[in-house]
Design a protein. Structure first.
Lengths: 206, 89
């Protein structure tokens, strides 16, 4: 998940802009911070709209899930210690072993899906926040750039300092006023990218 | 006399049972429920991913769908095996 990738080429329409956000986008990319992704579309994307950046929650935030998954592999042995009768019943022990494997698989797959679909998209027209909360629900919020009023980022805690993780709050006009990019990498740069895009949008450059 | 005693010992004496419950047999019931729940979860995850793939379409979507399909397949195979061993135990 944290594999560093070389950034994709900046499209022509952005190259003429003399903005600092282009420098951030040219720095190393990862699957959690990818600039100008190729072949990416989303529901409602217009033909001439360009996806500038996709950001996902930093992989370190899913470490507790992965630890829980690995802990599940130890469960049959713990059960064997707690219930001594289990030692004499090989078939039941195998059942416990299969079940722990299934718990491991369930947590791992769910974590991968959660990481992949908790995605925030910044285009030259809008920001989109897709949240995958559970198997029964997901939320999708979007705001057009011209409706954004303020962008704030908050970086707290030890993990935030070590891995440069934070949450970006996007304040928009209207009743439902805030979009959150939770625990994303490089939040200061995302804030700068958004500010530069808002400025360019106001000037009619994009 | 000894022969007679030995013969009496070999007789199958049925104990009039006090109500006793085997702990391992009780454990099997929640295991069945867990298996059913896990299959249901896998199917719901598949349906959710099918919706999300339409909402957000990237190059890696095919890989994610393959992971979910593999997960469902392994869940069903694992559940069948677990039921088989539960019956055998």
């Amino acid at each position: 998940m944290a594999k560093k990738e070389s950034p994709n080429q900046i499209p022509k329409k952005f190259r003429k802009l003399n903005k600092s956000f282009l420098d951030h986008l040219q720095e190393n990319n990862s699957s959690s911070f990818m600039s100008f992704p190729k072949g990416l579309t989303f529901l409602g994307k217009e033909k001439e709209e360009s996806v500038i950046l996709i950001v996902r929650t930093h992989w370190i935030m899913y470490l507790p899930h992965m630890l829980a998954a690995f802990f599940s592999l130890v469960l049959p042995f713990l059960f064997k210690m707690v219930i001594p009768e289990l030692s004499g019943n090989i078939s039941l022990f195998i059942v416990f072993f299969i079940l722990s494997g299934m718990i491991f698989m369930t947590i791992s797959v769910f974590t991968i899906i959660k990481w992949y679909f908790n995605v925030n998209i910044i285009t030259d027209q809008r920001v989109v926040d897709l949240d995958f909360t559970s198997v029964l629900s997901h939320t999708s919020s979007e705001a057009r750039l011209e409706r954004i009023e303020d962008v704030t980022h908050k970086q707290i805690g030890l993990l935030g300092s070590i891995f440069d993780i934070g949450t970006v709050y996007i304040q928009t006009a209207g009743a439902k006023s805030e979009i959150e990019f939770d625990n994303i990498p490089r939040p200061r740069e995302v804030q700068d990218i958004l500010y530069d895009l808002l400025e360019s949008k106001q000037k009619g450059e994009i | 006399m000894n022969d007679a005693n030995r013969f009496l010992d070999k007789l199958n004496i049925q104990q009039v049972g006090v109500f006793s419950v085997d702990l391992l047999n009780i454990l099997k019931i929640p295991l069945f429920f867990f298996l059913i729940g896990n299959i249901l979860f896998a199917l719901l995850l598949f349906l959710r991913v099918r919706i999300l793939v339409d909402t957000f379409n990237a190059a890696e979507n095919k890989m994610i769908q393959a992971i979910v399909l593999g997960y469902i397949f392994l869940t069903i195979i694992g559940s069948l095996l677990a039921v088989l061993f539960l019956i055998l135990s």
